[in-house]
Design a protein around this ligand. Structure first.
Ligand code: AMP
Length: 595
């Protein structure tokens, strides 16, 4: 029996999703579809994008609606225009074998008249972003009183974007008797409150842990100097070659545009997506990316929300995001529906705080890897090129070897000479980039030592000093002991009533935790991160807030992560033996020095 049939899915929809390549239901589909089809109950589902959640509610929605009645029966509310379009497209594809199903996508930034027409034309399902739907309601262009189904998709994202009131307003116009499904990647208390208010005894289903990384994603990072991020990106792209299909995330619009321009200038097939583009431009970019006309998309977090493109091999974090959830959102764009993918961070050591936070909060284990050397990239390029030649089909109708006049010039050459010349031709294209190209890894140094050598240490103020009887050596001993650090990891400056401890940023939590609240001469010691040394580390944005929260109590950083720091030198990455070169190893079919 077809596994979807076992869940109660109709034969028409089974045929439709078979065409989409759905062979086995995903875990969220296994749990949600029977509830929606067979129990008549409400549902809350804890599921991230990439889990197959759209089909988990979309299939039952299509199956349960009455296609013979041309009135609005189901409402799907979602946070972004992209997601809105994606959901409508998905719903249409599930409904291809059911005549009469009409779906209207309703979102801002596009002609409202067309949308009104689609609704008046008898759409049974409206997929909408909150703002545009409110607009349509106020124009009396949409009537919700016959709605039997409401789906709130990416509910946490809607809240984050400030749509809480709008969503509640919309819900208040729907009939009291209806079914509600709520999908969310996290379940903060506000979502629980909405669920309680608008849902009746919902069945709760969950896949995976909220915020946890998808098991099929390999989380990797390489430590690079800030100025080397661009050449590193290029090297990763060159090494991966034509198989690369992914999104590079950056934090600002300007940087996104800038790096995209640079890549295009350097001959890469890239494009970018950010808030300064018009809807039309964004659509164009997304279409080109979806159809693989461009294989490298540079995007800001906001612009990339709701993008669902299957088959991405890579997500690259040019910068780490400020919010941890954004890391999981970003990396969840790859490894969808059972496929595997790589989420790769170009880590400047000043960002190592963020990596640690992500590791701690999301349970993701990162693997440090080495950026391939210029030689490795060139070898890899030759390998790809050779495979390309070997697999090339010759179209005799285009290429007439018999009558090709210069054939004898080629045939007269030694075979080995000919091969060398052809391969050189390919390599010469990259010569400028790779001749004398430096090693981009922060090699031989740990993240910490690099940090200090770059003058990027952090300074912690401590409320004890010479007046308390400390001298430099005594103070260093005392700090090292309390914080579980080695003396060589610290520089101390003992002043009159206070002192400074300089450490690498990764050790700041250990210092704050060790010293804050410690008792000395019956006084409670206070330790605070100061403004950095010249050019040094300064926490930013939400990371700064976390530091602030830690002041006075040292409670913000769990002992488990930072308390056992003794002797750890590597800024969190595993030992040297764990390291691998980017993309190396059997799994990617690369053997070093193939020639
Ligand atoms: P979603 O979580 O809804 O964003 O879905 C992620 C991706 O998984 C989409 O590209 C779907 O087309 C795909 N997908 C959903 N369900 C299945 C399935 N049962 N088998 C294979 N692919 C699926």
């Amino acid at each position: 029996m077809n596994p979807f049939e076992q869940l109660g899915v109709s034969s028409e929809i089974q045929a439709a999703i078979a065409r989409l390549g759905f062979e086995q239901p995903t875990p969220i589909q296994e749990q949600a579809i029977p509830v929606l089809l067979e129990t008549g109950r409400d549902l809350t589902a804890l599921a991230q994008t990439g889990t197959g959640k759209t089909a988990a509610f979309g299939i039952p929605l299509i199956q349960l609606l009455d296609a013979s009645i041309n009135q609005l029966q189901a409402l799907v509310i979602c946070p972004t225009r992209e997601l809105c379009l994606q959901i409508s497209r998905d719903l249409e594809s599930y409904a291809v074998n059911i005549p009469g199903v009409e779906i209207a996508a309703v979102y801002g930034g596009s002609s409202i008249d067309k949308q009104i027409k689609a609704i008046r034309g008898g759409a049974q399902i409206v997929v909408a972003t909150p703002g545009r739907l409110m607009d349509l309601m106020s124009r009396k262009a949409v009537h919700l009183e016959k709605v039997r189904f409401v789906v709130l998709d990416e509910a946490d994202e809607m809240l984050n974007m400030g749509f809480e009131e709008d969503v509640e307003h919309i819900l208040s116009f729907t009939p009291a008797v209806k079914r509600v499904c709520l999908f969310s990647a996290t379940m903060p208390p506000e979502i629980r409150r909405i669920a309680k208010k608008y849902m009746t005894d919902p069945v709760e289903v969950a896949v995976g842990k909220a915020n946890s990384g998808n098991a099929n994603i390999e989380h990797e990072y390489a430590v690079v100097q800030a100025r080397d991020k661009y050449p590193t990106l290029k090297r990763v792209l060159d090494y991966t070659g034509d198989s690369f299909y992914g999104i590079v995330f950056l934090t600002t619009k300007m940087e996104t545009q800038d790096i995209s321009d640079k890549l295009i200038r350097d001959g890469y097939s890239a494009d970018c997506l950010h808030g300064d583009l018009s809807q039309q431009q964004r659509d164009k970019v997304m279409n080109r990316f979806r159809h693989k006309a461009v294989r490298i998309l540079l995007a800001t977090d906001v612009a990339a929300r709701g993008i669902d493109v299957s088959g991405l091999t890579h997500v690259i974090h040019y910068n780490l995001p400020d919010a941890i959830e954004n890391y999981t959102h970003r990396s969840g764009r790859t490894a969808r529906a059972g496929k595997s993918g790589i989420s790769f961070t170009l880590l400047n050591v000043r960002e190592s705080y963020k990596l640690k936070e992500i590791e701690k909060k999301s349970g993701i284990t990162f693997k440090r890897i080495q950026i391939p050397s210029a030689r490795e990239v060139l070898d890899r390029k030759l390998l790809n090129f050779t495979q390309h030649i070997a697999s090339q089909l010759v179209d005799e109708s285009l290429f007439d070897a018999e009558n090709f006049q210069n054939m004898e010039v080629l045939m007269a050459m030694e075979k080995q000479d000919l091969v060398k010349k052809i391969l050189s031709l390919e390599l010469n294209r990259f010569a400028a980039d790779y001749l004398d190209a430096p090693d981009l890894n922060v090699s031989g140094k740990t993240a910490e030592s690099m940090d200090q050598s770059e003058g990027g240490g952090s300074r912690v103020f401590v409320s004890v000093g010479k007046k308390d009887g400390f001298d430099t050596l005594g103070f260093k001993d005392w700090v090292a002991d309390l914080c579980g650090l080695k003396k060589k990891q610290l520089h101390v400056y003992v002043k009159g009533v206070y002192s400074f401890v300089d450490v690498t940023p990764t050790l700041v939590p250990a210092v704050l935790e060790g010293l804050n609240g410690a008792q000395f001469n019956e006084r409670s010691v206070r330790a605070e991160l100061t403004a950095s040394k010249a050019g040094g580390f300064q926490p930013e944005g939400s990371w700064k807030k976390k530091d602030d929260g830690n002041r006075g109590g040292g409670g913000g950083y769990g002992k488990k992560s930072y308390g056992d720091n003794k002797g750890r030198q590597g800024g969190g990455y595993k030992g040297k033996s764990d390291r691998k070169s980017y993309g190396s190893g059997e799994s990617r079919g690369f053997k070093k020095r193939a020639y």
